[in-house]
Design a protein around this ligand. Sequence first.
Ligand SMILES: [Zn+2]
Length: 265
Amino acid sequence: MEFCDAHCHYQFAEVPYAAVEQARADGVGLAMINGSAPSDWEDVSALGRRDPRNLLSFGLHPWDVPTAPPDWAEQLRGLLLKNPAAGVGEMGLDRWVKDFDALAQEQAFRIQLALAVEFDRALTIHCVKAIGPLMDILRAADLPLRGFLLHSWNGPVELVPELARLGAYFSFSAHHLIPRKADLRVQFAAAIPRERILVETDAPALCPAPEFRVRALPPAADGTEQNHPSNLVRNNEELARTLGVSSASSAEMTARNFRRLFLGE
Ligand SMILES: [Zn+2]
């Protein structure tokens, strides 16, 4: 059984590489590693050189928009040219984060969306408390032909059919294991087309509750719990339970969807 992690951040210091190697021993195969700002893009590239199963995506996360250097978009274009298989992201819109600048986020979004379209790359979108503005953009702009990922899907069920028509994939994460998020979990069983479902950790973010952990990482200095990359195995098990299928068939289905979106297979 091979598990494909649709969204993670192995480049962050909170993830020692031994944890990545442990995840590989636990069955994690391909992993889409998302850069979030120019300051971590080189670390993402280095992970790709270390193991070809570490797939690369480069983007400017909405939280990093305020501190991005003025030439970030040129840097991103250069990296995408240098890495013909790389995706674009993590990028997106976030109206939950403190002091967000909606206009600056939207400009950064449109620049990255245009790059994904120009180079036909898969796009990974983060959307928190901004589904309206996101829909406004997606309904009017050119979109990457191969599709885009709404990572850790967090939106209303009514939009699923339209988003699927626009090319969306939806990833299941530990966010969906929170009891008050049960309605989102049900969407994976009842509304989201199976050929558009992926599974992710967002490691080291989105640490699941202790009962959903396969392995643990030490907490950060401020006490924040860190999500171990091996927890993908458990997220897949929970997705399988949600869909009423075996863990093996959920792993196989999400791997197929992963390869179609990210590798164009
Ligand atoms: Zn992320």
